[in-house]
Ligand binder design. Sequence first.
Ligand code: FES
Length: 283
Amino acid sequence: MSVFDDLARRIERWSALDRAADPLAAAVGRAARPGPVRDLLSGAVLGHPLHPLLTDVPIGAWTMAGLLDLVGGRAAPVADVLVATGVVAAVPTAATGLHDWSDTRGAPRRVGLVHAAANSAALGLYTASLLARLRGRRTAGKALGLAGLGALTAGGYLGGHLSYVEGVGVNRTAWRRGPARWTDVAAAGELPEGEPRRVVAGRVSLVLVREGERVHALDSVCSHMGGPLDEGEVAGGCVRCPWHGSVFRLADGSVVHGPATSPQPAYETRVEQDRVQVRARPR
Ligand code: FES
């Protein structure tokens, strides 16, 4: 285990962070109710998480500014523009990150808090660097930028840990695949109209919903963070996740409202002699 990984693991166990993290996450959750703002911040409108896309801008701009600071000379004004670009881009990047972080729990929430603190420190240092450059204090501006790059690197490492080790922001259904052949899962006559019912098909669990003669089947594990869709609310041809309010269309699993950005796997269904059968749709 590297020293960095060891540090990340220590942060995961640092329960004292919960005293700050939990009230802040609750406040963000209250401010960002399911709807258009949440769809935008999560990236549901794009069908892709927005935060990792936006992080490329400040990271790229500030890293290039650091290189141009080393070159100096005629590169100096370009470095200043890149520092300013990173400062401006960091604001929406932080807003999307704060939104995503508010849905986490436990260890990822603690790591996310330190990730945000490191990146906020980077933003503060680069803002100070920009002000120093504007006042003609180039040496101080470069030094503050270098310190900002250090904070940014620490924050970036923890952001990678959140995604690649903790699995924050990944599609929770990516590796779930039900049977490709018609598989018997339930008695059609026992399915109440418009109420979700959990069944098992092969190695995955599904949620069935009967609407008149039609039976819909979606993976029961929410693509956002694994919430149980079989405990969700059904209305208007959709099911709403009980954890963070993502809404999926029953007919095809598409995302109607985030924070989920990946559609829910939908299964083909048929009724044979009062038995509901399902099979995975071809990809
Ligand atoms: S787990 Fe977050 S919306 Fe379903």
